[in-house]
Design a protein around this ligand. Structure first.
Ligand SMILES: *Cc1c(COP(=O)(O)O)cnc(C)c1O
Length: 353
């Protein structure tokens, strides 16, 4: 066995997916399973498909390419780069878009590749990441899209809780449904999809606050980590499908405050220390090159994470009831960002079971 490693329980991910897909389909919502945090790993896609997702979604075209073998439609959920439209048309069936020049690029490529590429026009409801912000700009862009061939305006969508942390509400999501209805009337067309956001939007299932008309959600963290709005655990889901395991390479008693004049640490910051006397410290072979220590939560809640340098994770193990020795393994829950970087690090082994 090699360490550090991330351990992923596919059965738990499949079960989470099944529960979320059921909750969605009761409300007439299709689920796009988002694989980006797992770098588009085929095993994650497979677990999501077994759990019932109807679309595979990822932010990177490289990841969608990896998923080419699956028959489900692929959706690119980061707005495409102009320089990649050819690959977008090749490896994705649907993409989220916000810019006319890029849409025209997709149209040209789709004609060239003899395909019909579906586009979901993103509307910015206030989170200030991607999407059209001013309502008058929406009609203007749709007017230009309608005559294009090669692309089909498949729906409208939005993204919340990301850059601005704006929470989904029945008010802001109703605006999205209204926009869809207005466009259908104004341009005499049918829009199939109203893509109402990510895992955070499922918080509106309680009390039936999700507006009627939202018929697609793009779910990642709820299916894999069992978390939703504000990273809060969703009841009934597994929250431990993913864990990180690291190995102890040193255990020694040491003072809690460094000896000598304190300058900058390895990352250019001035560290601050609390005087707690002599403490028992452990070092794990894991560092900031792999993961931000703030994204790690020890299973043993009596372990305190002191911090990390590029390659060393420092733990205070004075208060734990376990007797740790060199070579022992420490388990951590991973927050969203931790999962993302652990999957991306080529120094962390991946174990699926
Ligand atoms: C990452 C992402 C999602 C999935 O978000 P979760 O919170 O993990 O469910 C959905 N849509 C877009 C556009 C994304 O970038």
């Amino acid at each position: 066995m090699s360490y550090p490693r991330i351990e992923i329980d596919l059965t738990k991910i499949k079960n989470n997916t099944r529960i979320m897909v059921e909750a969605c389909s009761e409300r007439g919502i299709e689920v796009a399973g988002v694989t980006k945090v797992f770098c588009g790993h085929k095993k994650i896609a497979e677990a999501m498909i077994e759990g019932g997702v109807s679309i595979l979604a990822d932010s990177r075209i490289e990841n969608l390419r990896r998923l080419s073998g699956f028959s489900q439609p692929k959706m690119l959920i980061r707005i495409p780069m102009l320089s990649q439209v050819s690959r977008v048309v090749k490896y994705a069936d649907i993409s989220l878009v916000s810019d006319l020049e890029i849409i025209k690029g997709l149209s040209k490529q789709a004609i060239k590749q003899n395909k019909l590429h579906k586009i979901i026009l993103m509307i910015d409801l206030g989170d200030l990441r991607e999407g059209i912000f001013y309502e008058e700009d929406i009609s203007a862009i749709v007017k230009e899209i309608v005559p294009l061939t090669g692309v089909q305006l498949y729906g409208v969508g939005t993204n919340l809780t990301c850059f601005g942390g704006v929470m989904p509400t029945s008010e802001n999501l109703s605006r999205l449904v209204d926009i869809k209805n207005k466009l259908e009337a104004e341009f005499n067309l049918k829009l199939n999809v109203v893509s109402g956001g990510a895992s955070g939007s499922t918080s509106l299932f309680d009390g039936n606050k999700l507006p009627k008309g939202i018929n697609q959600l793009r779910l990642g963290s709820s299916l894999t980590l069992g978390i939703g709005l504000n990273d809060e655990p969703i009841e009934g889901l597994h929250h431990d499908a993913v864990k990180l395991v690291a190995e102890i390479v040193e255990i020694k008693d040491k003072p809690s405050v460094p000896i000598g004049e304190i300058g900058l640490d390895a990352f250019g910051l001035k560290p601050v220390f609390l005087e707690k006397g002599i403490r028992k410290r452990a070092i794990c072979a894991l560092g900031k090159q792999d993961i931000n220590p703030h994204h790690l939560i020890p299973y043993d809640s009596l372990i305190e994470i002191l911090g990390a340098s590029s390659d060393h994770l420092l733990l205070d193990i004075t208060d734990t009831e376990e007797q740790y020795s060199i070579g022992d393994k420490i388990k951590f829950h991973l927050a969203y960002g931790g999962c993302l970087s652990a999957m991306t690090s080529s120094y962390i082994y991946k174990k699926f079971f």
